[in-house]
Design a protein around this ligand. Structure first.
Ligand code: NAD
Ligand code: TYD
Length: 340
């Protein structure tokens, strides 16, 4: 199969490309990425010369560029990872999220219709379901949970999900959607909770915890997410949504304290800062459908995964130190400067 992977220079797309170029030498992967602040060619170093890999720098919202790409490559499968993905950035600059996440998805869907594909897969998020109350641990998101978004980021992701389902119903485009919980692991951009806390703790810098730190996220090791997507594009049923998650719920404060403990640092580094506007309280996925229909189950527990992730950040300091010293430094100062 010829597979276009958009956003493959980012965190999850990058892990997907690294895994699948090796796992499926019979497939060709064409990575399409605009290389925004979140895209990093260093992530793809290990596969850049592989015979079944190709990189194309392009914006998924650029209709002409996508038309040319699809005409030339005639892909069988398109997996759309490309997105603006950070909730805090969506609060300060929502428009970019509409452009990439909604318009970009629409442009890809049109190209798929025009050139014909066997599968379009949309990588979505559990954030489209909104949040769950902290005092109801019995509640989980299923595929039937109504979409009820909180942030400009999640609203843009829910919009793109609706567009994907509309192209299935109206045009019969063979689509699938996955909605995954929070990922963590190698190559995670240091603006997100886990890599930010690892990098700051290693540099003995304050650890900014929003609000009381009691918000809950359901953490999944990134390779488990990639394997689930691989199963869905091969065996998932067209027109269906699959939730992906591994019942690894932790409060943010628990996560931060685990990182501090693993690195042998002091909890004095923790700073409780002003809460995120509209902050979702709890995410929790019910993964029964993907388990029953496709036999997917996570293989890495949070306790194992967080150790592996910390080790990766210790062993790959240049990857993230290059990011900390670039444009990201301005973002960090604007975002946290006055809070810490
Ligand atoms: P990321 O921000 O690390 O990477 C996004 C990638 O997309 C980058 O390489 C960036 O350069 C590229 N990109 C952005 N705009 C583009 C455009 N207009 N055209 C082409 N490329 C563009 O994001 P991530 O954490 O790897 O998330 C990947 C996908 O998974 C997103 O769709 C996100 O909504 C979804 N998701 C993420 C998580 C998570 O915990 N990170 C959980 C569930 C779902
Ligand atoms: P994040 O990694 O941004 O993912 P998301 O908001 O998509 O779940 O944040 C995870 C949780 O950590 C979220 O509840 C917000 C919180 N958080 C902090 O407390 N401090 C921080 O500096 C960041 C980036 C996040």
């Amino acid at each position: 199969m010829k597979i276009i992977v958009t956003g493959g220079a980012g965190f999850i797309g990058g892990n997907y490309v690294l895994l699948m170029v090796k796992k499926h030498p019979e497939d060709t992967i064409i990575c399409v990425d605009a290389l925004t602040y979140a895209g990093n060619m260093e992530t793809l170093e290990a596969v850049k010369d592989a015979p079944n890999f190709k990189f194309v720098k392009a914006d998924i919202a650029d209709r002409e560029a996508m038309d040319k790409l699809f005409a030339e490559e005639k892909p069988d499968v398109v997996i759309n990872f490309a997105a603006e993905s950070h909730v805090d950035r969506s609060i300060t600059n929502p428009e970019l999220f509409l452009q990439t996440n909604i318009i970009g998805t629409g442009v890809l869907l049109d190209a798929c219709r025009k050139y014909g594909i066997t599968r379009y897969h949309q990588v979505s998020t559990d954030e489209v379901y909104g949040d769950l109350p902290l005092d109801r641990p019995d509640l989980f998101f299923t595929e039937e949970t109504p979409l009820h978004t909180s942030s400009p980021y999640s609203a843009s992701k829910a919009s793109s999900d609706l567009l994907v389902l509309a192209y299935y119903r109206t045009y019969g485009l063979p689509v699938t959607i996955s909605r995954c919980s929070n990922n963590y692991g190698p190559y995670h951009f240091p603006e997100k909770l886990i890599p930010l806390m690892i990098a700051n703790a290693l540099n003995d810098k304050p650890l900014p915890v929003y609000g009381k730190g009691d918000n809950v996220r359901d953490w999944l090791y990134v390779e488990d997410h990639c394997i689930a997507i691989d199963m869905i594009i091969r065996n998932g049923k067209v027109g269906e949504v699959y939730n992906i998650g591994g019942h690894n719920e932790r409060t943010n404060l628990e996560v931060v304290k685990t990182i501090i403990r693993e690195l042998g640092k002091s909890e004095d580094l923790i700073r409780f800062v002003e809460d995120r506007a509209g902050h979702d309280r709890r995410y929790a996925i019910d993964p029964t459908k993907i388990k029953n229909e496709l036999g997917w189950e996570p293989t890495t527990t949070f306790d194992e995964g967080i150790k592996m992730t910390i080790k990766w950040y210790l062993d790959n300091k240049t990857w993230w130190e290059n990011i900390l010293s670039g444009e990201y430094a301005n973002y960090y100062d604007k975002m946290y400067g006055e809070k810490l």
